[in-house]
Design a protein around this ligand. Structure first.
Ligand code: NIG
Ligand code: FE
Length: 405
């Protein structure tokens, strides 16, 4: 079957983000901006990107999708870290936290992750699908065309599989592309006396079953004093590696243990990094492990941001993701969070946009998206403006007018 060609445009500007390095600082002068641009799409992929009139001349048989008013086109956003498959709400936790209780205090007294686990276990697969679809609708409207989604609110074989099956069904049914990750090692399941016993259960029962059913190619673990220790994590990461999972680590959210494990095991990314010091940054930079920074968790918990500027200056690759979850990061607005974080950390426009497009795709080990260039997936978003600089200037309040994916 021959796919039809569609020429979309003209756009005031196309910001392609092609040809840029994965690691280290970027300046805006490195950005390629195509004025009066067009994109030729064949099937699911980009076949050409150039001046719209030139493309029209060269592709006389292509169907034309003319855009009506001035717009700027950029790659679809990639949210590389979320927990948006869940049931219940943690508004009560939030109110306690803003009134002075800590995240860890609330977890210890029965709130926190385990309260979401309770609701998620009680939910049916179709309840989870409904909630996840609703959140995917919001993401897509906000320009996110690829989104990673973790399990981790089941903590039993049955409930983890239920979550991952829900994520896989929505991946098929929704326009947004979802990337499922098994986070069975999120926290100790309440039925287990020790974290060591639970780790063994995850490694022997859950990970192999997830692999067998083909529900996820990625595995994640929350390494923290209050969750999994370095020793537990070693057992988990060995097993994940053995089973052929790509793996990532919730690292250095409150204490800086996880990044050392991420470097030791060569994880595909190290996520959070709010508590990373120059020592951990040096380590991750040397090991070439991308950092996935989660300013939404800092906003939700009222805590410090990760040192994004220093990480780039030390040669790291950074992605920014929303961490959207019912507890620490309830907002879920990636562009807004990236813009505010970028202003705070003094990231250039190029650095912030790279962190939510091609550098975020790379942190998920996806090489087929994140830029507007020949051969990449046709996932891009258009903002109703004349210049790409407006996108971060409005700090996320200007939403995309059109989303193609
Ligand atoms: O990335 N830190 C652990 N996990 C999540 C929070 C999950 C929750 O609070 O429900 C995070 O912030
Ligand atoms: Fe998280």
């Amino acid at each position: 079957m021959v796919s039809k060609s569609i020429l979309i445009g003209p756009f005031k500007e196309i910001l392609t983000l092609r040809g840029l390095p994965l690691y280290g600082p970027l300046n805006d002068g490195q950005l390629e901006v195509i004025p009066d641009g067009g994109v030729l799409v064949v099937g699911e992929n980009i076949a050409a990107v150039d001046n719209f009139e030139i493309l029209r001349e060269e592709n006389k048989t292509a169907e034309i999708e003319e855009v009506a008013y001035p717009m700027v086109l950029i790659p679809g956003l990639v949210d590389a870290h979320t927990h948006i498959c869940y049931a219940g709400s943690r508004a009560n936790d939030y109110a306690l936290r803003v009134a002075g209780k800590t995240y860890l205090d609330i977890a210890k007294s029965g709130g926190g992750i385990l309260s979401t686990v309770k609701h998620t276990r009680q939910a049916t697969e179709s309840d989870l699908i409904d909630g996840l679809k609703r959140r995917c609708d919001i993401l897509l409207k906000n320009g996110v065309t690829t989104c990673e989604v973790k399990s981790g609110y089941g903590l039993s074989l049955e409930a983890e599989l239920k979550m991952l099956r829900a994520i896989n069904k929505v991946k098929i049914e929704h326009k947004i592309d979802l990337v499922p990750t098994c986070l069975a090692a999120h926290t100790k399941a309440p039925e287990f006396d020790s974290i060591a016993d639970y780790t063994e259960y995850v490694v022997k029962e859950i990970l192999p079953a997830v692999k067998k059913e083909g529900l996820a190619n990625r595995a994640d673990i929350f390494v923290e004093e209050s969750a999994f220790s370095a020793n537990d994590a070693r057992i988990f990461l060995e097993a994940a590696k053995e089973l052929g999972f790509d793996f990532t680590v919730h690292a250095d959210q409150f204490t800086s243990i996880g990044s050392h494990l991420a470097a030791e095991f060569k994880a595909v990314s190290a996520d959070h990094l709010e508590a990373s010091t120059p020592k951990e940054i040096e380590l991750l930079s040397k090991a070439k492990i991308p950092g996935v920074l989660l300013p939404g968790a800092s906003m939700g918990l009222g805590m410090d941001y990760a040192k994004g500027r220093l990480m780039l200056d030390k040669g790291m690759s950074i992605a920014i993701a929303s961490d959207w979850n019912p507890g620490s990061a309830p907002m879920g607005d990636l562009l807004m969070q990236a813009a505010v974080f970028g202003a705070y950390e003094k990231l250039s426009t190029a650095e912030t946009l790279a962190a939510i497009t091609y550098r975020a795709a790379n942190a998920l080990n996806l090489k087929d998206r994140g830029t507007i260039e020949v051969g990449k997936k046709a996932a891009f978003i258009a903002f109703p403006t004349n210049t790409y600089k407006d996108i971060l200037y409005y700090q996320g309040s200007m939403k995309p007018k059109r989303v193609w994916c």
